[in-house]
Design a binder for this molecule. Structure first.
Ligand SMILES: Cc1cc2nc3c(=O)[nH]c(=O)nc-3n(C[C@H](O)[C@H](O)[C@H](O)COP(=O)(O)OP(=O)(O)OC[C@H]3O[C@@H](n4cnc5c(N)ncnc54)[C@H](O)[C@@H]3O)c2cc1C
Length: 346
């Protein structure tokens, strides 16, 4: 007996449509889900199929039109009291139930905290494959399957991954790598109210909710970032960077070595195992420019490197480079910016 005997039963030709799961944050569509609608639109046009958006929650029906404006042709809604609170197993079962009924070929989920948590449950329930943390997607020209593209072996290789013999093919995608599509209020689409089959209880009960307040802009949304690395030498280096960030209206982030040293928290880590940033301006201070770090700054518009080693790889990957000790360069920059600001207010 082999597990494959059951797995071989599906007929991929019965599956149509590229779905994007739409996470709802504080009553609005989350950015990650909108980014997935953009990806779905692109793939669907290559495969001549439709884009589906999936909304699960309580009171989410009012968001269906928005999903259409952002690219969905059909919106599948599971709007019910029982989805008021998010539980991974509950939401996974709901999405799996909808997929069983409507048979999409592909499901895309943004790799938010929630996406990363519940998507493997969906894949397991549907006994299908999941490719996590994709940074781009392609359609195989020969067989027309969707391929998830993602870095592997510490970002030294890029893997193109295809789900064989199973449908839907499920992918999570790295948040912030894909642009949010244009909102077009002239778009039209179909709204489908559904009642997914879910169990009554999951052995989990929410007793209290507390919002985690960072007090700062999350690095994935910051316009200006001042990022520190191991070259800062100690936690105190971040005090200097913090002062610079304050003067230029930016936020602090860092490399993995800075996080591993305990100088900043992991939510501020940039890179392959951290976050992808899209800031207009990115200062890399005392950061060597390892490939895993560069991965997280591909979408930054202007990178300024400050490093005392003229041969540091970051200088091959920046728009402006300042060779020098940051303890001298940063105070000089603070002074220069303050002088300019004072001149402006005169
Ligand atoms: C699977 C995997 C995933 C990873 N994910 C990530 C990730 O998400 N993000 C990430 O950042 N890394 C990641 N890494 C680690 C990565 O390979 C590097 O080790 C890391 O990015 C190096 O951090 P750094 O540049 O701060 O330190 P270093 O490489 O040690 O560089 C320090 C730099 O500071 C410079 N310097 C020293 N003193 C000064 C000074 N006084 N003034 C100015 N410059 C100075 C030095 O010349 C040097 O270039 C990952 C690695 C692996 C294997």
């Amino acid at each position: 007996m082999s597990i494959c005997s059951e797995w071989d039963k599906i007929d991929p030709r019965e599956y149509r449509g590229i779905w994007a799961y739409l996470e709802v944050e504080d009553g609005v569509l989350g950015e990650g889900g909108l980014q997935m609608l953009g990806v779905a639109r692109n793939l669907a046009s290559q495969k001549d199929t439709y884009v589906g958006g999936v909304l699960i929650g309580k009171g989410v029906s009012s968001l269906a039109r928005e999903a259409i404006y952002y690219g969905a042709d059909k919106v599948f809604i599971a709007d019910d009291e029982k989805f008021e609170e998010y539980y991974a197993a509950l939401y996974a079962e709901a999405l799996a139930s909808l997929a069983k009924e409507h048979k999409p070929e592909v499901i895309l989920v943004s790799g938010t905290m929630r996406g990363r948590e519940f998507t493997p449950y969906v894949a397991n329930t549907l006994r299908t494959g999941i490719t996590a943390d994709c940074t781009s997607f392609e359609v195989d020209p020969a067989v027309k399957d969707v391929l998830g593209v993602r870095p592997t072996f510490g970002a030294y290789l890029i893997a193109h991954i295809r789900t064989l013999n199973r449908r839907p093919a499920i992918f999570t995608a790295r948040p912030n790598v894909f642009p949010t599509p244009e909102r077009n209020p002239a778009r039209e689409g179909e709204i489908i109210h559904t009642q997914p089959k879910v169990a009554d209880g999951y052995g989990v009960k929410l007793v209290n909710k507390k919002r985690f307040s960072r007090g700062t802009v999350p690095i994935e949304k910051a316009k200006i970032l001042v990022s520190g690395g191991k070259g800062l030498g100690s936690r105190d280096g971040f005090t200097i960077l913090q002062e610079f960030a304050k003067v230029i209206g930016g936020e602090i982030s860092g490399s993995r070595k800075a996080v591993d040293a305990g100088w900043i928290t992991h939510d501020k880590q940039v890179g392959q195992t951290g976050k992808t940033v899209r800031s207009d301006l990115y200062f890399a201070v005392g950061i060597s420019g390892a490939v895993q770090h560069l991965y997280g700054i591909r979408e930054a518009r202007c990178v300024v490197a400050i490093n005392k080693d003229p041969d540091a790889p970051i200088f091959d990957n920046c728009d402006y480079g300042l060779i020098g000790d940051y303890t001298e360069v940063i105070p000089a920059l603070i002074k220069a910016v303050k002088k300019l600001q004072a001149r402006k207010t005169e």
